[in-house]
Design a protein around this ligand. Structure first.
Ligand code: THU
Length: 157
């Protein structure tokens, strides 16, 4: 028997201003996208912004439904829109922000498991690491690739 350990590295910033220019733009786009959430049930507004290799950014926000499972998280709304609208372009980063009543969460909200798996799929499709920025009011976390949020990713078929 061999014991093994997986370590996750990420960077923490205290403000969006500390990010490099493109990441700052992406983080701001995710914050803006929170205003486009349709979340009449949870009142939890999530915004996501996807960056393509050519610099284009597309946004998405969570969309809820009276039949709860029919709604969709912000990340998947943004990723599916990104892939459906620009199928031949590589995605290189995603930023996620969340808040309530117009205020961002203090600590970054972290993506659900299903969204992590979908991020992993588009990272695989792009063939490039997909950076993940989680944007809170006073902390921003940057992961260099989806694997850091989803160790031992399923991509075997
Ligand atoms: N939500 C997201 O948009 N992304 C996540 O990763 C987790 C949760 C949304 C779904 C629902 O509209 C609300 O947040 C409360 O769960």
């Amino acid at each position: 028997m061999t014991s093994k350990e997986i370590k996750i590295a990420y960077q923490e910033f205290d403000a969006i201003d500390e990010l490099e220019a493109k990441d700052r733009e992406l983080a701001q786009a995710a914050v803006e996208a929170t205003a486009q959430a349709y979340a009449p049930y949870s009142k939890f507004n999530v915004g996501a912004a996807v960056l393509f290799e050519d610099g284009v950014i597309v946004k998405g926000a969570n969309q809820e439904n009276a039949a709860y499972p029919s709604g969709l998280c912000a990340e998947r709304t943004a990723l599916f829109y990104a892939s459906a609208s620009r199928p031949d372009k590589a995605m290189v980063a995603i930023a996620i922000a969340a808040g309530q009543d117009g205020h961002l969460c203090e600590t970054p909200a972290t993506p659900c498991g299903a969204c992590r798996q979908v991020m992993a799929q588009y990272q695989l499709k792009s063939g490039l690491p997909m950076r993940v920025l989680l944007v809170g009011a006073h902390k921003i976390w940057r992961f260099e690739k989806v694997d850091d949020l989803l160790p031992l990713i399923f991509d075997s078929i």
